[in-house]
Design a protein around this ligand. Sequence first.
Ligand code: NAI
Length: 261
Amino acid sequence: MSLEGKTILITGAASGIGAACAATVREQGAYVIAVDRNEPREVLFDQFIRADLSQNDSIDSVAGQIGRRLDALCNIAGLPPTRGRTPVLQVNFIGLRQLTLNLLPVLNDRASIVNLASLTGFGWADQIDQVRALLAVDSLEDVDAFCEQHGVDDARAYFLSKEALVAWTLQMRWKWRDRGIRMNSVSPGPVETPIHQDFLQTLGKRAEEDMLLVERAGRPDDVAPLVAFLCGDGSRWLRGVNIPCDGGMAANILCQSSGLL
Ligand code: NAI
């Protein structure tokens, strides 16, 4: 199904998975609004808005710069654990949520919101107390104190940011049902992008072991077609779903933990 006539805003469109998503949805006919703190080097967009998703003013300026209504919002910008706990939680969850809520008035009815989560968010239900506590954090300014209070270090911050994103996606399943607006998430395993090395550095041996399970790391264009599908009308009955896109790693975790093998 084509994305002809649709306007899609993509955060993180300057690099990696976001850039691949911008290229893919544009090939399928969408008008692309790229939002990033860096200007994309290739022209994969129709409008570029520079914004820093860790800054209130910057986040709050985006809606006013959009000249048209949106049919889809892809929240893809994200920071790896090496960038520090506060920026990671700000960009990957609190800022993402703030931007999404700001943009609701400019979303068309039946719009699709797609969140780029991660396999690292898979264990959200096991961490529900900490996830709930983060969901209750209202503003970017409160993130530092939250980390201090909950003993969250840099590596944990990345996992927690993605756990909260998956949990929030499920929680928002019917939130905007009166307008037909739906939210889903995509959870890749390791993907070869500029931040891949940061993950290997933070996760160390665990990442190496994980990589032995699959024949290769994912590539941005393994993930982009799924994001494009979620933007389009063909996925209209998907709501509050988190879809692994990881060469089978999530299935492997479930099989191992249940003894199914
Ligand atoms: P990337 O580093 O290639 O792209 C991230 C983009 O987000 C960049 O264009 C960057 O400028 C932008 N960004 C970062 N901080 C920002 C801020 N404060 N304001 C505005 N834009 C900002 O990384 P990649 O791998 O493409 O990551 C995209 C998403 O995929 C992230 O949310 C990441 O957590 C997630 N992910 C990545 C995996 C991987 O192995 N690469 C695995 C699973 C999830």
